[in-house]
Design a protein around this ligand. Sequence first.
Ligand code: ZN
Length: 512
Amino acid sequence: MKYTLKILFLAFTIALHSCRGTKSTSKEIVNNVNFEVNLLDRYNDTYKVTVTPPTLTEANSIYQFASTAPGTYQVMDIGRYVKAFKALDKNGKELETTQISTNQFQLTNPENISKIEYEISETWDTPVTENKIYLMCGTSIEKDHALINGQAVFGYFKEKQGNPITIKLDFPETWIVGTPLKKNSDSLYYAEDYDKIVDSPILLGNLTKASMNVQGTDVDIYTYSKTGLVTSSEVLESMKNMLLSASGFLHGLPVKHYTFLFHFEDSTNGAWEHSYSSEYIYKEDKWENLEQQVVEVAAHEFFHVVTPLNIHSEIVDQFNFITPVPSRHLWLYEGTTEWASHMMLFRSGLKSTDDYFKTLSRKIMINSKYFDSKVSLEDLSLTSYTKEGNKQYGNIYMRGALVAGLLDIKLLDLSNGKRGYIDVINDLAKEYGPNTPFDDATFFKTFVKKTYPEIEAFIDNYIVHANALPIKEYYNKIGVDYNPVTNTFSLNASPSAEQLKLRTKWMAPITL
Ligand SMILES: [Zn+2]
């Protein structure tokens, strides 16, 4: 994820992240949970949802709404938005249900339930006293479009989080649907489980669509633009260059298909990544005015395909929608991703050296001015779901990215210019992949084993603890001068042979 942080009158773009479809067979239909969402009736800004479950037993006697969602690091408590929750038997007679906690509905005699009906309010326009959900992670229903993030519309029956899901959407004929979800042979959207639904946002309405193939990857772009200022075909070229840059950085694109969902209306809030898609919420403007910041954020969101998708701990792998459980590795999921997004644009020439240096300076300034310098990246990870911790969360895009940049220099230095951070990341992605999580508690040790003994002290100083960052000393190693008084970077005009060797690898150009 990457959200846009508004501090005083300055708005800084920061970014957010997270999942898994196919044809149904008759066997699966027995187990499928079927949802129907009536978007023809948008009265009261609520989604009218009908759930047709498979046969239920006592073990399934709770209908669960999400407390949070992967990659958001925020408490959502979706149960807050639920209205008129009803369970009905096959004769349409209402059965008893009780809301036993914010996100849980107890079902009496679940074996008699033929369907569940409820309304759920959009998160954008529904006032709440705390834990306001980021726009890109929430829902919006308007006259000419709607945004669905799965965890904010759908729930699951206890012990059926892993059941396949089908979705029927009823919407006006002229609307276009943008989603990474595929349809099954019955023309219903299909997902292999609840996690996949949460990982697959749906933007529908008065959209434009453009498609392309980039080095074997099918890319779809859907855009809602309030007054039509931005069209998908305009955005296409910028996304193509960003993806080519990512391909050079990662030695090929790691997904076979990818969907971009853009929403340009009245507010800017940032973006949320998924396994095969990402969605962006920005205030509508001409594309030329939005391009630079949106491309940088798109680079960030796309890089999440590497981490956490291909490199993550068991906490991300077996996501707990009931109780938020923090991972200690936001330095990797978000910090490294933020570093990588700027670095890949820099190395491919889509971002100039000067602009790269300005990005570093800005992160240093925001880190020191707006965040608590005593909170380490590990603390920040472990407290992101608390009120105090959430205030520090934005620093993962500042200090987290700066630390990843220093780690890159340290690795280049230790390997004599042979193996920088992206080389380590590419190796880790190959070794782990989407189905093999690492152990959250011991990954620092693993990372040291896969690199150099000296990395243990680096992790201890700058990730586990919040020691002052050795910016000047590290950048000097690669022939980049840092002036802490003016907070500016420049290339050393007469670097030593050693500095030049490391700098050449550090800047290693990617050919588009
Ligand atoms: Zn992110």
